[in-house]
Design a binder for this molecule. Structure first.
Ligand SMILES: Cc1ncc(COP(=O)(O)O)c(C=O)c1O
Length: 404
């Protein structure tokens, strides 16, 4: 029998290549840092989400080693079986503590990845037995939220309504029209490809007015936003005594500013308990190595030390002060994500390639990750970048922009 699969997938790959949409891996031979060895070449990098520079912090690597010595290498099973170690338990208590001033009777649940936390939270919350939930989703939500929402639609017959980016007026109209008793608004806290911050106060008010839950994915805010770096709820000064706060489902990820990997959901204990019972992405997977949980306790200590955060803020200010673009557009962001919109996929790739020739690594982000015609350079800063390194990027961008 003839096997037509290989040829078919080759054709599909060729089509991607022609549209400049075929993704390729680069291999790094050094730890995450501003200067990395990539495919054997030293490169100045502006592409990681290691905002505080903790991914290569010696104290974190040491804590990870100590964790492995204490708990061994693997967890051996899922959380519900025998994989939930003392380290996971301690970490969940510490993570809950990070949000305790903002959410009443808070409990935290730890996951191996943010992708899984989002899948579990959305499918868990929408598992309502006889009732149906309507999910109101921000247009620019991260793919992991979108996938969770699509699964909730298939598994639990949840309705899906999408509202335009930061458009709380349209969101209000949709909430007002909806007849379901169970409503869930879902948004990124910091939009991962744009860098702007969700209008949390307005969203919380709408959640209260229309009796909805509000899920906030703070993947890019935990560790950096707010005066204690505890994330978007910290930044907006939400208090656990605020009656609206029991409507919050907070998701923080731990592979970005926290420098390691994993994620957590923090919410009122009854919501979290239900997610734990019904979130299949929590139940049917092996718990991550306890050493990671042990290491993350050290991350929380390092986040608590404001010096990393202050340096990051200085770096962002330095960049904004010195970059002078003429044709391209810097997106209106105050966070460590500072994208420049180029437009076509081919041009974005070409600019990234020209930077690459100058030994600078900035990724070109193209559809479907961003809308058609808005391909961009996604520039990210870390506390460990120096002003000199940032100047090198600025000079290179000024020079390349002149060629267009
Ligand atoms: C907004 C957002 N949510 C969730 C995730 C997924 O987190 P993780 O990488 O831990 O799976 C990411 C990034 O990867 C993200 O940018």
């Amino acid at each position: 029998m003839s096997n037509h699969y290989i040829q078919h997938y080759q054709e599909l790959l060729d089509q991607l290549e022609k549209k400049s949409l075929r993704r390729k891996l680069k291999v790094s031979q050094s730890p995450s840092a501003p200067v990395m060895k990539i495919n054997g070449r030293p490169m100045l990098t502006f592409c990681s989400n290691d905002y505080l520079g903790l991914a290569n912090h010696p104290a974190l690597a040491e804590a990870l080693t100590e964790g492995a010595k204490t708990y061994g290498a693997g967890s051996g099973a899922s959380h519900m079986i025998s994989g939930h170690s003392q380290a996971h338990d301690e970490l969940e208590k510490a993570l809950a503590q990070t949000q305790a001033s903002f959410i009443p009777r808070v409990k935290a649940l730890f996951f191996s990845t943010g992708y899984m936390a989002n899948m579990a939270a959305i499918t868990g919350l929408s598992a309502l037995n006889d009732a149906r939930m309507t999910i109101f989703s921000e247009e620019l939500n991260h793919a992991s939220l979108i996938d969770g929402i699509r699964l909730a639609n298939k598994q639990n017959q949840a309705n899906i309504k999408i509202y335009p980016h930061q458009d709380t007026q349209t969101l209000e109209r949709l909430l007002n029209e909806d007849q379901q008793a169970f409503k869930l608004i879902i948004t990124d806290a910091v939009f991962s490809m744009d860098g702007d911050i969700a209008h949390l106060e307005d969203l919380l008010n709408l959640a209260e007015k229309y009796n909805a839950l509000l899920m906030v994915d703070d993947a890019h805010g935990f560790g950096v936003l707010g005066d204690q770096g505890l994330g978007i709820l910290n930044m907006f000064g939400i208090t656990a005594t605020d009656p609206r706060a029991a409507r919050l489902i907070y998701v923080g990820t731990l592979g970005k500013a926290a420098g390691l990997s994993g994620a957590f959901i923090a919410a009122h204990q009854d919501l979290v308990e239900w997610i734990m019972q019904k979130g299949r992405a929590y139940i049917y997977t092996t718990a991550s190595p306890p050493a990671i949980a042990h290491g993350l306790l050290k991350s929380l200590e390092l986040i608590n030390d404001a010096q990393h955060r202050h340096q990051l803020i200085k770096n962002i200010e330095h960049w904004k002060k010195h970059l002078k673009l003429k044709k391209w557009q810097l997106m209106p962001s105050t966070t460590a994500i500072q994208p420049i919109v180029i437009g076509s996929n081919a041009n974005a790739l070409q600019v990234a390639h020209k930077l690459d020739q100058k030994n600078i690594w900035v990724p070109a982000i193209r559809p479907p990750t961003v809308p058609e015609g808005t391909a961009r350079l996604r520039i990210t800063f870390s506390a460990t970048h120096t002003p000199d390194q940032i100047n090198k990027l600025i000079d290179a961008l000024h020079e390349i922009e002149n060629e267009y």
